[in-house]
Design a protein around this ligand. Structure first.
Ligand code: FES
Ligand code: FES
Length: 164
C-alpha cells in the first residue's frame, strides 16, 4: 500500500503501486485539479510538484512517488493567491482552463528556482501544451508573477469561485 505525502499530509493509497500518480490523486484522493490530457507525457496537464520539481503525474507511479513530497494545485494555495494564479487571471491567460493547473504548477516550480526568468527561459521551461493557444499570455503572466514574487508589483486577488 503506497503511502505518500500529498499537500503536507500522509495518504495511504489502496491501489496497485504501479498505478500512475495522476490516477491515485484523482481517483484515490479526490484531488481532481490535475488533469488527464494525453497520458503519454506530452501535454503537462497532469503536472504536480514532487519535492518542488514539476513532474508529469501520468508518468510517475505511486511506487515512484512514495517518500516524496507531492504538491497538487489544491495544495499550492487554498485561495488561489499564488502569484502565478493571480497573474494568469490578470493576463487573461485562461481560456477553456483545461491546461491551467498544469501551467500553474510548471510556472510555480520555475519561479521557485528563478524568480526573474527571461522570456526565452520561460518558453524553454514551460513546455505544456494548450489547445487554446495562450502561450504569449503565459509568458507575460510568468514575467508578471516573477515581479510579484520579487516585491515589485501587486495583483488584486482573483475572485472567489462562484463569482462571490
Ligand atoms: S496527461 Fe500527463 S503529460 Fe499529458
Ligand atoms: S486554456 Fe484551453 S487548453 Fe489551455
Amino acid at each position: 500500500m503506497p503511502t505518500l505525502t500529498v499537500n503536507g499530509r500522509p495518504l495511504a493509497f489502496h491501489m496497485d503501486p504501479q498505478t500512475p500518480l495522476l490516477w491515485g490523486l484523482r481517483d484515490g484522493a479526490n484531488l481532481t485539479g490535475s488533469k488527464y490530457g494525453c497520458g503519454t507525457g506530452d501535454c503537462g496537464a497532469c503536472m504536480v510538484l514532487a519535492d518542488g520539481q514539476a513532474v508529469k503525474s501520468c508518468q510517475m507511479s505511486l511506487a515512484q512517488a512514495e517518500g516524496r513530497a507531492i504538491t497538487t494545485i489544491e495544495g499550492l494555495s487554498r485561495d488561489r493567491s499564488h502569484p502565478v494564479q493571480q497573474a494568469l487571471v490578470a493576463e487573461q491567460a485562461i481560456q477553456c482552463g483545461f491546461c491551467t493547473s498544469g501551467l500553474v504548477m510548471a510556472g510555480a516550480a520555475l519561479l521557485a528556482q528563478n524568480p526573474d526568468p527571461a522570456p526565452e527561459a520561460i518558453k524553454a521551461a514551460i513546455q505544456n501544451l494548450c489547445r487554446c493557444g495562450v502561450y504569449p499570455r503565459v509568458v507575460r503572466a510568468i514575467l508578471r508573477a516573477g515581479r510579484v514574487m520579487r516585491g515589485l508589483e501587486t495583483i488584486a486577488a482573483a475572485p472567489a469561485p462562484g463569482g462571490g
